[in-house]
Ligand binder design. Structure first.
Ligand SMILES: *[C@@H]1O[C@H](CO)[C@@H](O)[C@H](O)[C@H]1NC(C)=O
Ligand SMILES: *[C@@H]1O[C@H](CO)[C@@H](O)[C@H](O)[C@H]1NC(C)=O
Ligand SMILES: [Mn+2]
Length: 369
């Protein structure tokens, strides 16, 4: 009788232990699964615990040959993060590109004393209406429309196109969230500054935001508020109604949405999304404190039409972490630009280097005081 009670006790404790252990495992794996149930790859543990240094999340979607651009953008975010704000990179990528991102980002974590963490997600559509979404959009183009549900663990993100480069600290644009009033949940820059050159006011066959529309390449998103607004429930009807008239894909959908909900959008000035359109004919973007984020849309980083776009891109690409930014970036750009140039954008060299020059100075030569 005694031994039977003893075995019963043993059996129950083992069961409890096993149950506890399994729970722990399940708990841990659900935390690293994305919406589609596939495992996401997460790297690094953030080193920063003090509360005044909130982590900043940067989201980029990368398909096809876009992954080099995306990596270069993330590299610039690290380089100009002069106050070492903790960063979280959220990369949403095709399966075949994931390993490239992982290798590069792991490397950079070592070289930058883990100033950033990262997570890599699969391209994912929401469970509800999954098949309908899949049929309606090319996978990469519309991914950002689903960020509020895909990134349910995040309060807010900066969504940024892969064809962009930071020339200022991410903290600076993130601070614009503080300017949002109670109803605003997104921030974007105007598509154009000038009615004569505007695309939406001349060609669009659907409603758009304001006088000239907005450009979606750089977008602050308060995901919490977007979820409260039931964001996705607004997207599908817009798509159904306007899909045959959309030219610029998800950017047009955003323009339609904010046409009907202008109180939800905070419009920030053009220096946060600076494109060749702003300088190629004449300067239409003041950028009084310099260009903060440069957007090489329509391939300007990869052609010589406005050489400074390509020069900035390749100089960042060739930079090695840990080396002198003043010498290897600022001086290199100054010395490589052939002036006088026939390109109007090249003439604005001082606008492009305004912020980097402020934070990275020439190092005093040894032996001199
Ligand atoms: C986003 O909105 C929520 C709800 O209003 C707010 O608590 C949160 O601080 C906002 N996030 C940012 C980064 O502004
Ligand atoms: C926030 O600002 C927008 C644009 O100025 C405005 O339309 C909206 O009414 C404001 N919302 C609140 C709650 O003040
Ligand atoms: Mn772009």
């Amino acid at each position: 009788m005694r031994t039977r009670a003893y075995f019963l006790f043993l059996a129950i404790t083992s069961c409890l232990l096993i149950w506890y252990y399994i729970n722990q495992l399940v708990d841990r794996s659900t935390r690293t699964q994305d919406m589609s149930g596939r495992l996401i790859l997460a790297g690094g543990v953030t080193k920063f615990k003090d509360n005044d240094r909130t982590e900043i999340s940067l989201v980029v979607v990368a398909c096809n040959e876009r992954h080099n651009e995306a990596l270069n953008m993330l590299k610039s975010a690290i380089m100009f993060n002069h106050n070492r704000t903790p960063l979280r990179f959220v990369v949403i990528a095709e399966e075949k590109l994931k390993i490239n991102f992982m290798e590069k980002l792991n490397d950079w974590q070592q070289l930058t004393d883990r100033v950033f963490t990262y997570e890599i997600h699969s391209l994912t559509f929401p469970r509800a209406n999954k098949n309908e979404w899949r049929k309606l959009f090319k996978p990469c183009a519309a991914q950002r429309l689903f960020l509020p549900s895909l990134l349910s663990h995040l309060d807010a993100v900066l969504y940024i196109d892969s064809d962009t480069i930071f020339l200022s600290s991410v903290q600076e644009i993130w601070n614009l969230f503080r300017q949002f009033n109670a109803s605003q949940f997104a921030g974007m820059a105007p598509e154009h500054e000038d009615k004569n050159a505007g695309w939406y006011n001349r060609f669009a066959r659907h409603p758009y935001y304001g006088d000239l529309g907005v450009n979606s390449g750089v977008m602050l998103m308060n995901l919490t508020r977007m979820r409260q607004f039931s964001w996705q429930d607004h997207i599908l009807p817009i798509y159904r109604e306007y899909r045959l008239r959309l030219v610029w894909g998800d950017q047009d959908i955003l323009n339609v949405l904010f046409h009907y909900h202008p109180d939800r959008l905070y419009v920030f000035p053009c220096e946060w999304n600076y494109r060749a359109d702003h300088c190629m004919y004449m300067t239409v973007c003041d950028a009084p404190d310099g260009v903060k984020i440069i957007h090489g849309n329509r391939g300007y980083f990869h052609k010589q039409a406005q050489p400074i776009f390509n020069l900035i891109y390749t100089t960042i690409e060739e930079y090695t972490f840990g080396t002198d930014v003043y010498k290897n970036v600022i001086r290199t750009i100054e010395e490589s630009l052939m002036l006088p140039s026939h390109s109007n954008c090249d003439k604005l060299l001082d606008k492009f280097l305004y912020d980097p020059r402020k934070h990275f100075k020439k190092k005093p030569i040894d032996g001199m005081t």
